[in-house]
Ligand binder design. Structure first.
Ligand code: ADP
Length: 465
């Protein structure tokens, strides 16, 4: 097609060219001239009709893309009619999609506005993109106050630090930092405790796009109830200590009496065992409530792991021998952690004791200490591995809860309070560490403790590697 000819004049121009060609081929006779004129006229009519239909299809596509069915015209060719039918289906689809996304948008907006949890959306420069009424209420920001930046909503350095830890130079972090709890003056006086959690929006958002979302809950009531529960447990266990110790002492004295007949001796034995178990329970309860309430202060020092772990294995020599279990120790030289010696020994003793307790006779338990992989801060890992009864997958996270014992019927035959792992978990949190378990029923369990390594030990570690 000649680019110089305007679009509207093209059919006439092409018909003229066709007429001239016909005349040139047939000759300059009158019949040839009539034939040329007829060919040109027919071509012109067909071309014009096609062009008009194409224009309508083009307009129809634009109308359908906006979700409206394009109007059909009488006398359309069957092909164009088929195109229009397809455009109607397309328009219906677009309209349904629009309706759906509009509904989703209204729903998301309603949830955002009405949910009784504070929500703040920020971009990578911590500019506020959206803040819901609950967040304004919790942080005491008036409903109509402009808050362009995060620090206009919340000034607490801990919360600002939480968001900053999520958003780095190379995009947002995938890690979920632990929530922070901040104190605020309540509207009706009194202090409120707010728990703020921040989560990153995946990807590499640019400025002006959502990079992180902050979720704030008022946890004042939860903390108050938790405090009351701890206080109750601490009071009850304190009050029970003396009478139980007295019963146990009395039972022990009675057990030494030679005049006891067989039946009475058996009863005194039960009394002795049950009193001892109650004493363990009360002692664990007191310990746990003190650790949870923060009443325990750690005596921090640098502790070489080989010494402390060897001590624990030695302490449990008798228990292991009774079950013919071999406890093998493998500690990488130079490994050390910063912690409270007595408390860390308590952690490892509990884990090794459990490993022996839940192992079959004659099995082997491994205690392995190594430097955490890829950890520049020198995190240290201690694994306690047994080949015992194992823990089903669904129960593995629960064993760190208070009083949780997998299958109480099997636990009946093994002494314990169900508090040991809860104490271990909280002691490790106090040390800035953590614990996890991998296990398979009837194959065994691996408890892995992670602790921040001692900075003083770092050079020694480097030499050893
Ligand atoms: P306790 O040993 O006094 O019952 P713990 O808190 O130490 O309490 O452990 C909780 C429960 O977790 C145990 O009762 C047991 O069911 C399970 N458990 C702990 N360690 C092991 C282990 N090494 N192998 C199998 N089960 C275990």
């Amino acid at each position: 097609m000649k680019p110089g000819v305007p679009r509207r004049a093209r059919p006439a121009f092409e018909a003229l060219v066709l007429g001239v060609i016909t005349v040139a081929v047939v000759g300059l006779e009158p019949r040839a001239l009539i034939a040329g004129a007829l060919v040109a006229a027919a071509f012109f009519a067909i071309r014009l009709r096609r062009m008009r239909e194409l224009d309508r299809v083009r307009d129809g596509v634009a109308t359908a893309a906006s979700g409206t069915r394009p109007e059909e015209w009488p006398g359309l060719s069957p092909e164009t009619e088929a195109v229009f039918h397809a455009l109607h289906r397309f328009a219906d689809l677009v309209s349904r999609e629009r309706e759906g996304s509009e509904k989703a948008r209204v729903l998301a907006r309603t949830v955002f506005e009405k949910v009784p949890v504070g929500l703040v959306v920020v971009d990578r420069s911590l500019a506020v993109l959206d803040v819901n009424p609950a967040a304004r209420l919790l942080f005491g920001v008036p409903p109509d106050a402009a808050c362009p930046a995060l620090h206009d909503v919340v000034r607490d350095p801990q919360v600002l630090g939480l968001f900053r830890s999520l958003i780095g130079k190379d995009g947002v972090s995938d890690e979920a930092p632990p929530p922070v709890v901040v104190r605020r003056e309540g509207r009706e006086g009194g202090e409120r405790l707010l728990e703020v959690t921040a989560r990153a929006v995946p990807g590499r958002p640019v400025e002006g796009e959502p990079a992180a979302i902050g979720v704030t809950r008022d946890v004042t009531e939860r903390e108050r109830t938790e405090k009351m529960r701890r206080q109750f447990v601490a009071d009850v266990s304190h009050e029970l200590r003396t009478p139980i110790a007295t019963i146990r002492a009395a039972a022990e004295t009675l057990a030494g009496e030679e005049s006891l007949d067989e039946g009475a001796g058996r009863l005194v034995g039960i009394l002795e065992r049950q009193a001892a178990q109650m004493q363990d329970l009360v002692s664990d309860l007191t310990d746990l409530s003190q650790i949870e309430s923060g009443a325990v202060s750690l005596q921090l020092e640098e502790i070489p792991l080989d010494g402390i772990l060897a001590g624990v294995v030695k302490d449990l020599e008798g228990v292991a021998r009774a079950k013919q279990v071999e406890v093998a120790l493998d500690v990488r030289p130079g490994l050390a952690v910063t912690g409270d010696r007595r408390r860390l020994a308590q952690v490892f003793r509990n884990l090794v004791d459990n490993a022996v307790k839940f192992s079959p006779v004659g099995a082997r338990v491994d205690v392995v200490a190594e430097a955490g992989r890829g950890s520049s801060s020198g995190a240290v890992l201690v694994h306690v591995v047994d080949r015992g009864i194992g823990i089903p997958a669904g129960e593995q996270a629960k064993v760190f809860q208070r009083f949780y014992r997998v299958d109480p019927s099997r636990s009946k035959s093994t002494p314990g309070t169900g508090l040991g792992l809860a104490i271990v978990k909280h002691l490790l949190i106090l040390h800035g560490g953590s614990i996890r378990v991998e296990s398979e029923p009837l194959c065994g369990s691996r408890f892995t403790v992670s602790l921040p390594g001692s900075a003083a030990a770092a050079p020694a570690l480097k030499e050893a590697s």
